[in-house]
Structure formats: structure tokens, C-alpha cells
Design a protein around this ligand. Sequence first.
Ligand SMILES: [Zn+2]
Length: 376
Amino acid sequence: MKYCKKCIMPTSRPGITLNEDGVCGGCLGFKEKKEEIDWVSRGKELDKILDTFRGKGDYDCLIPVSGGKDSTWQVYTMLQRGMKPLAITIKCQYRTELGQRNLDNLISLGVDHIDFTVNPEIDSKFMLKTFEQNGNPSLVEHLIMWSTIIKTALRYDINLIVWAENSALEYGGSKDDRNKFRMDYDWIKKYGVTNGTVAEDWTDENLTLNDVTSYRLPDESELNEAGIENLFLGMYMEWEPEDIAKKSQTVGFEWAENPVLGLHPFVGVDCDFRVVHHFMKWYKFGLTKLWDNLAIEIREGRMTRKEAVVFLKENTEPIPNKEIESFCTYMKISKDRFFEIAESHRNLDIWKKDTTNNWYLPEFKNEFGFWKEFLK
Ligand SMILES: [Zn+2]
């Protein structure tokens, strides 16, 4: 585990590697976005692509939406460009009231919308299994998202799916992956929060192939034959979280009163489970949402690396008890069991015990010269 010399991102975060100068892919991607990419010509390129999909069927494109800042802006952007989108949500089992209001607002911008609810009996069983084995609370949610959205495009004969940002560019990935304009199955495997698995990998006598049909991706060849394009909008227009959140606010997207996690009140506001997903990163990668936020503050020049370290020294993040309780209720487990599972996924390559038997991150202490528990 090493830390980026420019920001504070550790290599324990999936997809993060440092170049020979000790700089992470997230910082390099940021530099490319600011200095190398000609966004005006990218915008023109986008218009040309959209022209080829307009007016071909009932809908010009399919937009996966949660009701968050990104989806609001995806929908608004497509409507502004004269597209007729169908929006689809894989309903989070613990959608917040604010999440529902934001989703209603997004629909009122002028789109048809499908709210896809998954069978909770199978879903909660599947979620518990993946959480126990991989410590990833969002794995199942992502499996069903990728597969159901792609299948919906196939079934409605929609040839264009408009995704938000390429997270390899936004949060760090290899040079090749940062330059991907189209999402493919290889990308899903690496960045799709599925731990490189597919639904079929999880089946047994208690969770059959028939149980998990909604979680199974169609063959990639089927997509290619149908001519479906999976486009990252963030490769054609600058996609910076705070900027997108502010723009979405101008078309009715509401922020939370206070940040649910990390620095910003526009992150993780639509679903309780999202918050648990970020919480588990503490055990697995030794970071919280603050790390992502501070890295972006540093890259944007709003904070120096030194100031970010002071911020870490002076602040803690609350343990998201309410959200953990929702998650436990859904999976029918106790909170004690939750923490037992969480603990079993503590990454022992990076976490060690100090002389008083408390967990700490030795590399963090080496790099920044102090240590404290960040989650309280
Ligand atoms: Zn960095």
C-alpha cells in the first residue's frame, strides 16, 4: 500500500496504480481531462453520434437513472439535445424520501420511466451470500443493474444506452481504460463493482440459475448483433461531481441538508445501501468517501495535499448506523452479525494491530505521520 504523491489516494483502492513518479491514475485522468481533451470537439462528436440514433424507434436512447445528480444531468442533457429517452431505475430497496423526490423531479423533466423492483426474497438471500463471501454490499445491486438495463435495451429495441462517467477516468484506472468511450463487458468486470464475478458464479442448490435470471447478462455477442452502443457521456462532456451536482440543482435536483457521507451533501442521498457500500471500504481498502472527496479537492486546486491531511487529522466520519440497520433488516441479520462479517473482511495486508491491540494502518502512519480512527 502506497499513497499517491499528488493526492492522498492509496493503491489499496481497486483500479489505483501509481506511475514511476508516484502519481495515481485518478490524478493523471484529471490532468488529461483538463489539459489534453478538447471538450468542444468531443461535444460535436457527441452530436454526430446522437444524430445516428434519433427517430429510429419508440425511444432514441435508454438512460439508467437512480435519481441522483448524475442521472438528472444525463436526462437533462439528452432532452436538451432533442433525444427521446426512456429512463429506467433498478429500485433501491431502501430508497430515501429525498431519493424519491429527486426521481420524481427527473421524470418531470419529460421522460417515460420504468421503476424495476426486484423480488426481495431472492435479492436479500443473494445479497447476504455475496456480503458474507466478498464483503461487498453492492455487488448484487450492480449485477442486476448491468444485466437488467442491457436486457431492457434489447427488449425495447433501443440501440443506445447513455451511462454517466467512465469511473476509470474519474477515480483512476489504466490509460487504456481511461480512454474507453464505450462500456463493454471487460470494463464491467474491472469497474462494475461485481468483484469480477457474474451471477452464474454464485448459484448453488439454494440459489438456482432460475432464481438469478434478472442478474444474468445476455451474451455480449447479442448486444453486438443488435448494434447496441453503451456510451459514457462523461467522455464527451466534463463530468466533475460538484459541477454536475450544481448544474442538476438548477433543474430541480435537491441536495441533502448535511452530507450523508464524505464532504458533499449530494452524494449517497438516494439510497441507504449506497452508504453501507462506502462504509465497507474502510475495512477493505483503508479509506472512506472522504478520501475520494479530498482527492478531487486537491486535483481541482481547492485544497493542497497538506490541507487535506490536516482535514483528515481534525475530522472523523460517523458510522452510518441508520443505514446499517436498514441493510440488516433487509438481509434479516443482526447488527452484531453485520459487524462480524465486516470484520472478517478487514484487509490484513494493510491493517495491523498496535501494542494496545487496536487496528491501524501502518502505511498511513508512515506517510502522514499520525494515526487515529476515522469512523466513530
Ligand atoms: Zn492521485
